[in-house]
Design a protein around this ligand. Sequence first.
Ligand SMILES: [Zn+2]
Length: 175
Amino acid sequence: MTDLVRTSCACLIHREKRTGDPEVDDVVRQVLSRCWTIVGNEPQAWFCTVGQWHNFTSPEFVICGLPRREGRDALRGAVIAMEYDLPKLGEVDTELTSLRIKTVRVHESWSGSPLLRTARAFYCGRLPEYRQLIWAEAAEGFPGDEGFDEELVERQPNLAIPRPDHPECAWTALP
Ligand SMILES: [Zn+2]
């Protein structure tokens, strides 16, 4: 890793700072001890990686709408797949987990969302690239596919859509 790459990470570790926020400082400890970690909110059903950019200059991942175990399994699968430049942006992957997953780039307008609050704090307000793993409903396919059940739409957002343009839902209204 070059110095140029190193200086491009704005995180608390590179800046040798702490926030005093126990949750964020705990993430710092986890990244220091095992390179990357997963933060999330179980009731709200979202999880994201922190530390991939800091340690490997790899994109970070986020997944929404799945229970803890499935969500974290999918993130781990994506991190392992990054070694092979997978999952490809915009493509559907069936190998990552038992789910079909489509990977999209999170639009920067979501950087203010509570979804990325801890990550934002870790990266001192300068979020690296985040990619969302959008999962397919077994028989229904992906949100937005023809014939997709409208009642399932709110189970996960599409973070590739700029936040102001995203249909209002639980995800745009996260406290
Ligand atoms: Zn860093």
